[in-house]
Design a protein around this ligand. Sequence first.
Ligand SMILES: C[S@@+](CC[C@H](N)C(=O)[O-])C[C@H]1O[C@@H](n2cnc3c(N)ncnc32)[C@H](O)[C@@H]1O
Length: 242
Amino acid sequence: MEEYDDTTYGQRIFEVYDELYSEFDSESIKLLTDLAGDGPALELGIGTGRIALPLLENGINVQGIDASEAMLSRLRSKKGGNEIDVLIGSFADFEIGRQFRLIYVAFNTFFALLTQEEQVQCFQSVSEHLSPDGVFVIEAFVPDMGRFDAAHQTVRAVSVSESLVQLDVSQHDPVNQQVISQHVQLTGEGNRLYPVKLRYAWPSELDLMAKIANLRLRHRWSSWSQGQFTRDSIKHISVYGH
Ligand SMILES: C[S@@+](CC[C@H](N)C(=O)[O-])C[C@H]1O[C@@H](n2cnc3c(N)ncnc32)[C@H](O)[C@@H]1O
């Protein structure tokens, strides 16, 4: 694979992103709207606006950060997209000059920061931009090493039909806590590759990063509908504040 950087994911997937991920939990909009209060809100990795646009419709003043011009052009092409102020660049280290009641990063996007250093830096930037009563919300998976075989890899057939085969192919680097994956689409006309690289962290590591940035965990739920987080939870919604 060519050099993977902050822009690669969005630049490669933007055309099919909304189609691939059209379904999402509408409870996320309810909870984020409640947590935003009078706003304003900031989304890290805003992408095509899947979450930000419904928040805007609910009257929340939303801003965003994203590294991918292509994802942002999709956002701007949608109703309300031009009303959202967006900073182009990495959300590891940002300076916006205002404070937010809600900062959120959904759909495992926090793990797009590929080193522990960048992830800590992100918590610090967030801490500096949160109002005294503000909250930082992370939606992320709980790492599951059982997904990988003894050679640290996995291949999953997502769908198989006469004309299209979709595979998820991943390799795991346990030393750097990184996973490199390709969503592969095979057809008679040609093949498409959608790469994604992540650095995962356990909830406890995120809590420690928060502490370094003078934030503390307020809530941890297993779902946007605030289900109890247990040892069987596969994801978490974590809420941090000052
Ligand atoms: C999985 S998408 C999520 C988009 C949106 N939050 C949603 O839930 O639909 C991840 C987004 O994060 C952006 N991204 C990845 N790494 C980034 C970085 N280091 N800084 C800023 N944006 C980044 C990508 O361009 C992409 O738009």
